[in-house]
Design a protein around this ligand. Structure first.
Ligand code: Z5A
Length: 208
């Protein structure tokens, strides 16, 4: 049996990092080998360029930063695929859907945004954390980085809806992330436990 590829997507401050860590603990205690990934992965050379841009310490053309986010995923794609084949479940904090939603929200054509991510390992389950920009704003740290502006976040929310609607039932689920940490964690576990350890066969490819 191969590992299950689970992606947590969502808006800023929706609690993705918090829930990824809880999910890791729950999976480990159920005996599932698990590894976490997070995009952008700011530790690589490409990730450091992205980090500098997000902190407004450097300027880049919208298309150039989009392609750097994508390259940051491609540089880890082989590791993701190998781990899945070896039976390790992967929980990933943001993925290509963020790439498309944020760049398209800035005004780039959606199909142009999607194209460089086509062929990446496809998630078996994507959990979208939905939260109103108003609730997100009340949480710690909002507004420190470049994209943390309410108008942009509203457009991003709509675009995530467009991307999610393309998925077959059960592969993309939406969780109300505006509730307590415990309620969100229960809901995430309910969805994850339906798929984890039940997926086999080759890893699918995204958007092809
Ligand atoms: N981006 C892009 O443009 N293209 C791409 O391809 C990718 C990303 C991959 C940085 O992402 C930016 O990059 C992001 C999208 C863009 N821009 N925005 N906006 P990031 O993932 O590195 O950073 P982030 O979105 O700002 O995520 P975050 O700061 O890690 O937020 P989070 O993981 O969703 O939330 P959290 O850290 O778990 O929680 C935030 C706070 O809320 C914290 O104080 C928690 O204690 C608190 N919290 C968490 N859950 C709750 C609940 N349930 N109730 C109350 N308080 C809570």
């Amino acid at each position: 049996m191969r590992g299950t590829f689970i992606v947590i997507e969502g808006l800023d401050r929706s609690g993705k990092t918090t829930q990824v860590s809880t999910l890791q603990t729950w999976l480990e205690s159920s005996g599932t080998p698990v590894k976490l990934f997070k995009f952008p992965d700011r530790t690589t050379a490409i990730g450091q360029m992205i980090d500098s841009y997000l902190r407004s310490q450097s300027e880049l053309d919208d298309r150039a930063i989009h392609l750097l986010f994508t390259a940051n995923r491609w540089e880890l794609a082989t590791s993701i695929e190998r781990l899945l084949e070896q039976g390790t479940t992967i929980v990933c904090d943001r993925y290509a859907f963020s790439g498309v939603a944020f760049s398209a929200a800035k005004g780039l054509p959606l199909e142009w945004c999607r194209s460089p991510d086509a062929g990446l390992p496809a998630p078996d389950l994507t959990i979208f954390f939905d939260i109103s920009p108003e609730t997100a704003r009340e949480r710690g740290g909002y507004g420190e980085e470049r994209y943390e502006k309410e108008e942009l976040q509203k457009r991003v929310r709509g675009l995530f809806g467009v991307l999610g609607a393309e998925f077959e039932s059960g592969k993309w689920v939406t969780v109300d992330a505006g509730r307590s940490r415990e309620e969100v964690a229960e809901d995430v576990w309910r969805h994850v436990s339906k798929v984890v350890g039940k997926v086999d066969g080759p890893v699918a490819r995204l958007w092809i």
